[in-house]
Design a protein around this ligand. Structure first.
Ligand SMILES: Cc1cc2nc3c(=O)[nH]c(=O)nc-3n(C[C@H](O)[C@H](O)[C@H](O)COP(=O)(O)OP(=O)(O)OC[C@H]3O[C@@H](n4cnc5c(N)ncnc54)[C@H](O)[C@@H]3O)c2cc1C
Length: 288
């Protein structure tokens, strides 16, 4: 399959990229790793007249600390996320998730910004970003703004990004020292998208849950933040009855399609199984 004709542009600065995208409006599209966009162009599901390649913009790359936050540049590749000592130390959930995306070839090119901006409910990072309460830093012709990942996703390939806007970086408040975390993903075969997946971050204190956050991947038209399920767990010792109640609350907000991953009811139940496993593994990693 061959994409429709397009013009290719490779700016060297963020300012140039923003100006170019502002000029072309809906006819322009940022290109990051290309591992979602190029297949969509080949299928003619996307037909941008202008591709603005972000690969030459150094300021969009890298991982750094900013006070209690970690900032990950949008063009940081999935491979670089997995290799980052800073992220392994401060937000280990990111490494765990990244290593479950596709295969090394995809991870060498695919970026965290592209994965977050894409709007495909099958992408793994969006639910993880909601779980971590990450903030997306955005720039466009009207200037800079920030939006919480929990407010960003509107539906399949529908996000809060306006035409011409770019995610420049993702800001994540470092979870408490000693927190537990897990990303559990069911897939039909190695390297596949999730049939269902669950992200958990939790903090224990004196044997009970002090704080908990849960994200769910690919069980609705958008990633889900399971707020009620997490609230049920706070104050509990993660005993089996409370976990069952929380899992039921998480399953209740899912609305998956019946597709090649399986029937809708099966996928909802698998989201529950992934959450049960993620909670147990996060608990085993949490201190106190
Ligand atoms: C074989 C295969 C298996 C895969 N399996 C998985 C999987 O299991 N889990 C998973 O999560 N993903 C999977 N992917 C997708 C992969 O992770 C992509 O790399 C990712 O979804 C998109 O990142 P990208 O950098 O390639 O972005 P691109 O494909 O370049 O862009 C994706 C979209 O985001 C927009 N965009 C890119 N960067 C920005 C930015 N900074 N600001 C605003 N908009 C931007 C683009 O215009 C486009 O609309 C798979 C891909 C392949 C080819």
């Amino acid at each position: 399959m061959i994409p429709a004709a397009f013009d290719y542009h490779r700016p060297n600065s963020l300012q140039e990229a923003v100006s170019a995208l502002a000029q072309w409006g809906a006819d322009g599209r940022p290109l990051a790793g290309g591992h979602s966009l190029i297949p969509m162009m080949k299928l003619r599901l996307a037909t941008p007249a202008h591709l603005v390649d972000l690969a030459g913009i150094a300021e969009l790359k890298g991982v750094r600390s900013d006070g209690d936050d970690v900032i990950v540049g949008a063009m940081t590749t999935q491979h670089e996320i997995a290799a980052s000592d800073l992220l392994s130390a401060k937000v280990p959930l990111l490494k765990e998730t990244t290593l479950q995306i596709a295969d090394p070839q995809v991870r060498y090119a695919g970026t965290i910004g592209g994965n977050a901006a894409n709007g495909d409910p099958g992408n793994d990072m969006p639910a993880v970003m909601m779980c971590l309460n990450a903030t997306y830093q955005i720039v466009g012709k009207s200037g800079e703004r920030r939006i919480a990942a929990r407010q960003f996703y509107r539906g399949t390939f529908n996000t809060a990004l306006q035409s011409g806007e770019l995610i420049t970086a993702i800001r994540i408040a470092t979870p408490s020292a000693g927190h537990g975390y897990a990303y559990e993903k069911l897939k039909r075969k190695i390297g596949d998208y999730a049939t269902a997946a669950a992200a958990v971050v939790l903090t224990m204190s004196g044997g009970t849950v002090a704080a908990c956050s849960i994200g769910l991947t690919n069980v609705a038209d958008r990633p889900l933040w399971a707020e009620e399920a997490a609230k049920i767990l706070v104050g509990s010792s993660l005993d089996a009855a409370t976990v069952r109640r929380a899992v039921a609350a998480a399953e209740a907000i899912t609305a998956p399609a019946s597709d090649a991953h399986g029937p809708a009811h099966y996928r909802t139940k698998m989201a529950g199984v992934m959450l049960t496993r993620a909670l147990a593994r996060a608990r085993s990693r949490a201190h106190a």
